[in-house]
Design a protein around this ligand. Structure first.
Ligand code: GLC
Ligand code: CA
Length: 561
């Protein structure tokens, strides 16, 4: 794999297997479906594919609740299909990254069943059990990510078990060395098959302060609190994992984390510390979400965006830590809805955001369909249209338990539900977007007749073909991966602008985040090295056009490199 050595230069494409391509008409995407689309992915130019979990699972959290880490969910295919997929990916000079869920299993996992039914089982301590607190209630007041207590009482053995997510996803006890060895063995099983790395789910949550102090914050969702994330032994466990597993293979790892500082990123990814290769954090894609309730949102400005970028682009990075450009994923609304305008300026804003993704420092992650400018699904009307557990739990807590106005809560869910990012990939204008010949598990976004791969292949000005050019440019110019980032026009309310500096090269990026024209004039010191600048890529102007750097006007959502 070309990008194995220079792994930072990867451009990673996230495949949500359930929704990518169905090969047998049961309405669920599968591994043979992915294999049938590898030529498309190769033509896009991405260098590595990340698969969301495909292990056996009752699917309450769509694969993030695992019952057997060693086998493939039958509806996705067989181990043979997986091996063929890996081979076909490698043939096309791409890498394959698997999702690794370390924080919890399904409550149907044999370990949990044994742990629950027998206090003397060797699996008892694979999970976190505690007797009731003084008042007979849960051992402490932590709430889970889904808004209810992080503890569930088990009738069978009269104790509580802990879960940061759903009660069907009990947390594993990483303080137990046997559990850790079991997990390392499982990782080796996949790495021995020749995969190229892992995306590690919620990894900064695996070590908890097991004195379980109460929290004094009364939050709907308190899992971001420092005592839950980045726990006391997290670095010991990652160093052990690295020594015993990662360092034995030629791979890279991306740790999914939230609630982290610049220093945390350095601690997790500095090469000297031998932990992870990079951190991916949803921080930029959750701008404006209220910390105490992420379904609620306040207006955000470019200053907020600049602040996040300053932190990641400026304060972390070569030769220190490393991070992914993780602006969209299967848990967040669609990129165009978060940063652009999905209606009047869908095409222009999708290209503008794609320009940002491919011209910042770090390793870009593309969620399937971003390269088409796919949008949120306007057809999510009522709670019955929702399939994902976070929004369902939110509805339950807010409407059923707290008696909040249903329409008010549905408005929040319509903006934020994870289902938006999980609608079927839009291949062509045929039924269900060409995703399946049967009934899709989640309906396609009705805009598939206009927004699909087939249509965009033949249009030189499509979002898809623009992404192809961006990817090509990024691959040919290491400045975009490694170059220093310098924010300019930092007072501008419509334009996000920066320079990328690398050896004798200077690149300028101007991005209009608004629906209005935006005038700018640049500081002569900033553009000194850019005397005869020519446009490399933009979403209105033709490449090679000479641009006036001193001052100018950007059209709505215009991007210029
Ligand atoms: C991560 C995944 C999300 C999942 C959660 C629990 O945040 O991205 O989809 O629900 O972890 O595993
Ligand atoms: Ca199928």
């Amino acid at each position: 794999i070309k990008y194995k050595k220079a792994w930072k230069q990867n451009i990673i494409y996230e495949i949500y297997p359930r929704s990518f391509k169905d090969s047998n008409g049961d309405g669920i995407g599968d591994l043979p479906g992915i294999i049938s689309k590898l030529d498309y992915l190769q033509s896009l130019g991405v260098t590595a594919l990340w698969l969301n979990p495909i292990y056996q699972s009752p699917d309450i959290d769509h694969g993030y609740d695992i019952t057997d880490y060693y086998s493939i969910q039958p509806e996705y295919g067989t181990m043979k299909d997986f091996e063929l997929l890996l081979e076909e990916v490698h043939k096309r000079d791409m890498g394959l990254i698997m999702d690794l869920v370390l924080n919890h299993t399904s409550d149907q996992h044999p370990w949990f069943k044994a742990s629950r039914s027998d206090k003397h089982s060797r699996y008892r301590d694979y999970y976190i059990w505690r007797p009731a607190g003084a008042d007979g209630g849960p051992p402490n007041n932590w709430s889970s990510y889904l808004g209810k207590s992080a503890w569930t009482f088990d009738e069978e053995n009269q104790e509580f078990y802990m879960h940061l997510y759903n009660s069907t996803q009990p947390d594993l006890n990483w303080d137990n060395p046997d559990l850790r060895e079991s997990m390392y063995k499982m990782m080796r099983f996949w790495l021995d098959k020749g995969i190229d790395g892992f995306r590690i789910d919620a990894v900064n949550a695996i070590s908890k302060d097991q004195t379980f102090p109460d929290s004094d914050l009364s939050r709907l969702q308190s899992n971001g609190e420092p005592f839950i994330k980045n726990g006391p032994y997290i670095h010991d466990y990652l160093q052990e994992m690295n020594e015993k597993v990662f360092s034995q293979y030629d791979i890279f790892t991306a740790g999914e984390m939230s609630y982290i500082s610049e220093q945390d990123v350095l601690d997790y990814t500095h090469p000297d510390r031998k932990e992870l290769s990079m951190v991916i954090s949803p921080e930029a894609s959750t701008l404006g979400n209220l910390p105490e309730d992420e379904f609620q949102q306040k207006e955000w400005t470019l200053d907020d965006l600049r602040e996040v970028m300053q932190k990641w682009q400026k304060n972390v990075g070569d030769p220190g830590g490393w991070f992914g450009l993780y602006f969209s994923n299967h848990d967040q609304p669609r990129l165009v809805n978060t940063f652009g305008n999905p209606v009047e300026y869908r095409v222009q804003s999708a290209k503008m955001i794609g320009t940002m993704l491919h011209t910042l420092k770090g390793t870009p992650f593309i969620l399937q369909g971003d390269e088409l400018g796919m949008t949120n699904n306007p057809k999510l009307h009522s709670i019955d249209d929702i399939k994902e557990q976070q929004a369902l739990a939110y509805y339950d807590v807010m409407v059923n338990e707290r008696g909040e106005d249903e329409e008010k809560i549905m408005q929040r869910i319509r903006r934020k539900a994870r289902d938006h990012a999980r609608t079927p990939m839009q291949w062509d204008e045929s039924n269900h977007a060409g995703f399946t010949t049967g009934e899709p598990w989640l309906p396609a976004n009705p805009n598939y007749k206009e927004v699909n791969v087939k249509e965009q292949e033949s249009d030189p000005y499509s979002v898809l073909n623009y992404y192809r050019r961006l990817i090509e440019i990024r691959k040919n110019n290491p400045v975009l991966t490694y170059g220093e980032y310098k924010a300019i026009l930092t007072d501008h309310s419509q334009i996000f602008a920066y320079l990328r500096l690398f050896m004798d090269q200077t690149w300028l990026v101007l991005l209009n985040f608004s629906e209005e024209e935006a005038a700018y004039s640049l500081d002569p010191n900033d553009i000194e090295r850019l005397a005869d600048a020519r446009l490399l890529i933009g979403n209105y102007k033709e490449s090679n056009e000479i641009i006036d750097l001193k001052s100018g006007n950007l059209k709505p959502y215009e991007a210029i490199v």
